[in-house]
Design a protein around this ligand. Structure first.
Ligand code: B1N
Length: 838
């Protein structure tokens, strides 16, 4: 590790110091932590030590808010949102906390007075990658907005020891490395072992009658694990609120099983510990693909049970009676991953607190809300009955009981319609039997929502049609949003300064105020400033690309970016085909006028998703050929930036000219990257899918490059027996593209490498790439022409940003609060430790 330059250790006093300036205090505190927390002298300190010293300095400054918030909520017994999510893709905390505390500039100054660069220290933080993609990042944006809106809220999830894998590229292929994010310790969390809970698993149930004839059920598990909460403070933007993210770590109840140990079986004794800790060991890296694994169900149950037990504990300490559970807590299910909570709350209320079924059921339904995030059949969670029974025997009985009562209701409403009963049942009984988690979530919630207008409509017409017919009032839409604190203020400081200079700082909390930028789109001076910022951001990204990919890219070329998980439905390979099309045009017509483009890709493939990995290999292969071909390299560059993450996203979105949102219509529930791009002034090329539709509506059709079939047309085309070969026959360029790949042009003559990909397209093309190819290529023509008029492009870029206010997660959260959770803000007065009486 190379040593950063640092001034002498007795540098508590800087050059032009006021005795009590914030920078001076920060510097003092920092050196204090370097010595007393890290135990280091500058001569031995690593960059990590400096990062940790600064992190602890910031942590001290947020503890006061955290304690004051907890105190205020407890005192008022405030109604609280519990956001249950198997994933929280938080991204690094330090920069975000500095922004929210209003200490960013002071921190930069005080570090530079010590000879340290704040950006270098920020970069040292290993981001907590406890999520796969959009769903996990949405949870992170939501808890940010909840704190900023001063809503009492807790995010409940799993403290995975290993988060999403680290992606490297070896010979153009994805290779996964373990994410050891806790290696150097985590300064942002506090363990709360005093609030540990036990969770049962497996075993069987027994029934017995008490003296009064009342039947009791006893669940006799075959093992128990301990859930230990780890709390991370979540600051609101420049207010006193610090909410909590509470993540559960699984531990063995006893480090040793002494009974086993005394028999001389040391291995067996330690084994229990290993098995227990497995529950929070690793995040499943599959995005929108279920893997029917017992451990995954156990993970889900583990964190949900811990969280509901925690809520019961909180109720007890605040003397809230049990029958007011739904008044104390609004519990949101982030997809079906925590849907077992419906059965678990029923179990806790009836088995453990002797409440009658009907009352417990009424409370349960009033407690839960369910958000659906996908229509893809392979992502809908169903658990084989036998597996489910092995892990959760009591919950299966409870689900049977819920189902029996529910199906009675269905039969009564739809007399004689047994087909509907079969469709709606919580248990799938055609062939192998399964528990349907989406149905459990629907039946057990008072509100069901999708995440963009189109998605919510398709839910009602398709996957949850029967449920919508039965309970139309339960259904609603909550279009996703993203936090402007991380995605503009932190990621794009240059743009933040320009915007705030023009319209003040209010937009950071009220993003609709960006509308005030509209008139500036016509101001040549403002446009020049806007353009210069984009250029500077592109230069920064070019440096990253040179270091990571060894490719020099030209910041004056158009940066055309597609970053997201790699999935066939997201169609990274449609862009790949089009790039080959452009390459072919340039090779056959060397004098062709073409807007110089840099294509930037990033995103992880699920480790077991072979086709997605092959798509990565196709992109890197195209890059290898194109980037070294002197005939085209001034017009085309193709790079795949490894390990797309929150950290890397923060450098990528601000540097994009064009945002690729090209999923097959009807497949992307919402998308949220699309919003981050637009806010940062990228124009979108996209289909009528997910939130693209609403983005286009907001920014104006004339400032958006639309192409492709609509969801309705996709359904029609496929319904009429889609034949990709017909599109190939009708499109000369597409034929050339496919033939180049087939003949090994991008694989050193190896005609086999990409065969599975090409065969899938030519014979099935499940995501209609061929049907959309020409429309996509035409839209790109329009993009190229538009980009050449840089004044007009800048005007459109400004308008995209100015009209993106709707896509703040503050708006989304305000709607959840109003329509689903019925919660109010609570203002927090600051306490100091002198105010506290024990
Ligand atoms: O959720 C995001 C949306 O913006 C995206 O369009 C959507 O694709 C994404 C199983 C998922 N849906 N489903 C998942 C993730 C992990 C997993 O194990 C499913 N992710 C989405 C936010 O609404």
């Amino acid at each position: 590790m190379n040593q950063p330059q640092v001034v002498s250790p007795n540098s508590g006093r800087g050059p032009d110091d006021e005795p009590d300036s914030p920078t001076r205090r920060l510097r003092h505190a920092f050196l204090h932590h370097l010595f007393y927390t890290q135990g280091k002298f500058p001569a031995l300190a690593t960059k990590t030590d400096y990062y940790l010293a600064l992190a602890h300095t910031v942590r001290d400054r947020l503890l006061q808010r955290w304690i004051s918030t907890a105190n205020e909520y407890t005192k008022n017994g405030s109604r609280t949102v519990a956001y249950l999510s198997a994933e929280f893709l938080m991204g690094p905390h330090l920069g975000n906390n500095l922004i929210n505390l209003g200490l960013f500039d002071d921190a930069r100054k005080s570090m530079s007075e010590l000879g340290l660069n704040l950006d270098d220290l920020l970069y040292e933080e290993e981001e907590p990658g406890l999520g796969n993609g959009g769903l996990g990042r949405l949870a992170a944006c939501f808890i940010d907005s909840l704190a900023t809106l001063e809503i009492p809220a807790v995010g409940y999830g799993i403290r995975y020891e290993f988060g999403i894998f680290h992606q490297t590229l070896v010979d153009g292929w994805q290779v996964e490395k373990t994410d050891k994010w806790l290696r150097y310790g985590n300064p942002w969390e506090l363990a709360r072992p005093e609030w540990s809970v036990t969770v049962k698993l497996g075993g069987h149930t027994e029934r017995m009658q008490d003296n009064s004839g009342q039947l009791h059920v006893r669940w006799v598990p075959n093992r128990t694990v301990l859930g230990v909460p780890y709390d991370t403070p979540i600051l609101g933007y420049r207010n006193n609120t610090a909410n909590t993210l509470r993540l559960w770590k699984a531990e063995a109840p006893e480090a040793f099983d002494f009974a086993v140990f005394n028999r001389g079986d040391y291995q067996g004794a330690v084994n229990q510990k290993v098995v227990s800790e497995n529950l929070s060991k690793v995040l499943y890296p599959n995005d929108e693909h279920v893997e029917g694994k017992e451990l995954r169900l156990a993970q889900q149950y583990f964190f949900v049970s811990c969280s509901l037990q925690d809520m019961l504990r909180i109720m007890k300490t605040q003397h809230v009676p049990l029958h007011e559970f739904h008044e104390k807590f609004a519990v949101q299910l982030n997809d079906t991953h925590p849907a077992i909570g419906v059965a678990e709350l029923m179990r806790l209320l009836t088995d453990e607190h002797q409440m009658h079924w009907n009352q417990a059921w009424d409370i349960t339904r009033k407690t839960f809300g369910y958000t659906n995030h996908t229509l893809l059949p392979e992502a809908l969670e169903r658990w084989p009955l036998e597996l489910f029974k092995r892990v959760l025997p009591r919950h299966l009985e409870i689900i049977y009981e819920i189902n029996a009562r529910f199906l009675d209701e269905v039969r009564q409403r739809y007399f004689g319609d047994e087909a509907r009963v079969t469709r709606m049942s919580l248990i799938e009984e055609t062939g192998e039997r399964y528990v349907r988690m989406a149905h459990l979530a629907c039946v057990g919630s008072h509100a069901i929502n999708g995440v963009a207008e189109l998605h919510s409509e398709l839910l009602k017409q398709d996957v949850l049609k029967d449920f919508h017919e039965m309970w139309p009032a339960k259904f609603g839409n909550k279009t996703n949003g993203v936090t402007p604190r991380r995605w503009i203020a932190l990621a794009n400081p240059r743009l933040t300064r320009l915007i705030s200079g023009a319209i003040g700082e209010g937009w950071i909390k009220r993003l609709e105020e960006l509308r005030q930028l509209e008139p500036f789109a016509l101001d040549p001076n403002f446009r020049a400033g806007w353009r210069e910022i984009k250029r500077a951001n592109k230069r920064d990204l070019s440096d990253v690309i040179r270091k990571r990919c060894g490719v020099a890219v030209d910041p004056s070329s158009m940066f055309d970016v597609q970053v997201k998980r790699i999935h066939e439905y997201k169609r990274q390979h449609l862009s790949a085909l089009h790039i080959i099309g452009l390459y072919h045009r340039l090779k056959t017509n060397p004098n062709l006028e073409m807007t110089p483009r840099t294509f930037i890709f990033g995103g992880k493939a699920a480790p077991g998703y072979w086709m997605a990995k092959l798509i990565i290999r196709l992109i890197t292969s195209i890059g290898e050929v194109v980037n070294r071909d002197p005939a085209v390299r001034d017009k085309l560059r193709v790079v795949f930036l490894p390990n797309f993450s929150v950290t890397n996203g923060q450098r990528i979105y601000p540097a994009a000219d064009l945002s690729e949102q090209i999923s097959t219509a009807g497949k992307e529930a919402s998308g949220t990257g699309n919003m981050k791009f637009a806010m940062n002034g990228a124009l979108t090329i996209g289909t009528m899918d997910g939130a693209n539709i609403e983005i286009r509506e907001q920014v104006g059709a004339e400032n958006f490059f639309l192409f492709g079939l609509t969801a309705h047309e996709v359904a029609t085309v496929r319904g009429n027996g889609y034949r990709p070969q017909d599109y190939l026959d009708g499109n000369a360029e597409l034929r050339e593209v496919i033939s180049l790949i087939r003949h090994g042009y991008f694989s050193r003559g190896d005609g086999e490498l990409f065969r599975p990909l090409v065969d899938s397209l030519v014979n099935h093309d499940p995501y209609c790439l061929f049907a959309d190819y020409q429309s996509y290529a035409d839209a790109h023509e329009r993009v190229g022409t538009a980009y050449r008029d840089s004044e007009d492009w800048t005007r459109m870029s400004i308008l995209n940003s100015a009209r993106s206010g709707l896509f703040s997660s503050d708006r989304t959260i305000a709607e959840y609060c109003r329509d689903i959770w019925n919660v109010q803000p609570v203002q927090v007065p600051i306490l100091s430790h002198e105010d506290v009486r024990v």
